[in-house]
Design a protein around this ligand. Structure first.
Ligand code: ME8
Length: 511
């Protein structure tokens, strides 16, 4: 049986149109999902939309439509974003679906049965933008003597009856879980942040709202809807079939990875495992919190007018270069600055020059000098063996790095081999060997084809379309493009299609 892998994106609020930040999170998951499939895993990759709560209710009101029609409309734009970005999600969940309401209510019942939910009253600060409660001490000064959430969101004073989750009782068990699972939270700096927060003491958490209606009704109390984060987090088990633990997809739980932005770390690493443990359900294995993108040095915001829509970016630069750039540019976990000139430079240097030229030079020499036929494997020199060994080591290196969500180094490792390939072709100069040693020329080109095959196979998760073209040109059959297939050499003598450049240089208009 194949090993399983369950990976999730956050579910996105439908108050906003999708932008590059959303695309980034979803893309990172897509690359991991594709890599795991390539490596023989049975993968479930989930994304979706978060449609309840006050923030969405207000956005619908502002748009002048009822919340259900509003969410129907905006949810579609997130499906479209997934298409535009070439995302291979297996499932898409909306929190307004019936199955999800059932799951939330079943989970609520479990928390209640466990004695972890009680009725009380909430009096304190709430930020609708963050859908989060804040303590007085966390607030920061705002304009004109006002107070703001630490995120800069506006806060309002809320007084209403509320159900609470006994989070205070979970401090020790959470700390024990972090202790026993040192890689539960990555990167390590985020783990320390959470540890500090939990060690500082936990207060009971308000988990229902009674002042509006747009949410999942609390079982047996029609005056309350569930707090949107309890509802939202539950999506990850709804999609796995909860509460039907005999459902086919339940085999995927616990999730292997919840990918999130750093803004929503606490919800996923404190509240969520506490809810699950209280309900007797295993917590997820990993939560990775990545950083935020600035745009040319500035925060992305509607008022500045610098919000980047994935569709526009892809239309201008092409899908694969955008996918590559986003994961290559910034060490995953750090904040990044999106600069147009950096994107163009990566396209021209690493894609067009390094990889594109290596492929184009090797394949056009095979086309011209070997009658377009892949040479058989020949006798290997020391240098041949060295570069082939470097390529053969890549799958294991990538497994290790990607299991820690380290895209940046994984790509650097692939590029080391590509750069070595360019050094190899320069030194071996197969174009000169044509006149002096035809047999050696063929051997050199075969080594290059093998290196390219490994590189193109492993880069498929990042650049699926371009790498499919490259593998076509290398004569790799469609059923031999996974990692396991790399162990079997291609037969010599197969006719290759005419080579064509895969990564054109990007030239600025008017340049
Ligand atoms: O928080 N850079 O949804 P949301 C990088 N519904 N990533 C960014 C970004 C930026 N500038 N801006 C947004 C919610 N993101 C909840 C989640 S999950 C059970 C519920 C990404 O629509 C990042 O992944 O506000 C962040 O966590 C997510 O969008 C927030 O999306």
């Amino acid at each position: 049986m194949k090993p399983k892998y369950y990976i999730t994106t956050p579910i996105y609020y439908v108050n906003d149109q999708p932008h590059i930040g959303h695309a980034y999170t979803t893309l990172a998951c897509d690359v991991l999902a594709r890599f795991k499939r390539l490596d023989g895993y049975d993968v479930m990759f989930l994304t979706g939309t978060d449609e309840h709560g006050q923030k969405v209710e207000k956005a619908a009101e502002a748009a002048g439509i009822d919340p259900q029609s509003f969410t129907d409309k905006v949810s579609v734009t997130f499906r479209e974003m997934a298409e535009v970005m070439g995302i291979s999600n297996d499932a898409f969940i909306r929190t307004t679906e019936e199955r999800h309401k059932r799951a939330c209510q079943a989970l609520w019942q479990k928390l209640l049965d466990a004695g972890d939910i009680y009725l009380g009253g909430y009096e304190g600060w709430y930020a609708v933008r963050d859908e989060a409660f804040y303590d007085e001490g966390e607030l920061i000064p705002g304009p004109n003597g006002s107070k703001l959430a630490p995120t800069g969101a506006a806060v309002e004073w809320v007084v209403e009856p509320s159900y609470f989750f006994r989070l205070s009782a979970w401090q020790d068990r959470l700390l024990a879980y972090y202790e026993a699972n040192p890689d539960f939270i990555l990167p390590p700096s985020r783990r320390n942040e959470v540890l500090g927060f939990v060690k500082g003491g936990l207060k009971d958490l308000s988990v229902s709202r009674a002042s509006f209606k747009w949410g999942v009704p609390v079982p047996n109390d029609p005056d309350h809807v569930m707090y949107v984060w309890l509802d939202a987090l539950t999506n990850y088990i709804t999609a796995a079939g909860y509460p039907d633990e005999t459902a086919e997809n339940w085999r995927f739980w616990p999730a292997d990875l919840h990918m999130v932005g750093k803004d929503i770390l606490r919800f996923h690493t404190v509240f969520w495992p506490a809810f699950l443990m209280s309900a007797g359900i295993a917590p997820p294995k990993r939560v990775f919190a990545h950083g935020w993108w600035l745009i040319e040095g500035e925060k992305m915001s509607k008022s500045i007018g610098n919000v980047i829509a994935p569709r526009d970016l892809v239309a201008q630069f092409g899908l694969d270069p955008v996918r590559f750039f986003l994961l290559r540019e910034v060490p995953f976990g750090n904040d990044g600055d999106f600069q147009r000139k950096a994107l163009i430079s990566r396209m021209n240097v690493e894609l067009a020059n390094d990889l594109g030229n290596l492929a184009q030079r090797s394949l056009s020499l095979i086309a011209k000098n070997c009658a377009g036929v892949l040479p058989a494997q020949g006798a290997l020199t020391e240098e041949d063996t060295a570069i082939l060994a470097a390529a053969s080591a890549l799958p294991q290196t990538l497994r290790t790095l990607l299991d820690r969500q380290n895209f940046h180094e994984a790509l650097e490792e692939v590029w080391k081999v590509i750069r070595a390939g360019n050094g190899f072709i320069d030194r071996q100069a197969p174009w000169s060997l044509k006149k002096t040693d035809l047999a050696r020329m063929a051997d050199v080109l075969r080594v290059l084809a093998d290196v390219l095959r490994t590189v193109a196979t492993l880069l498929q998760p990042v650049m699926p379309t371009s790498m499919a073209k490259m593998l076509d040109q290398l004569g790799v059959p469609e059923d031999a493009r996974d990692i396991a297939a790399l162990a079997t050499p291609l037969p010599g003598g197969i006719a290759l299609p005419a080579p064509a450049g895969v990564f054109p240089r990007f030239v600025e208009e008017g340049a």
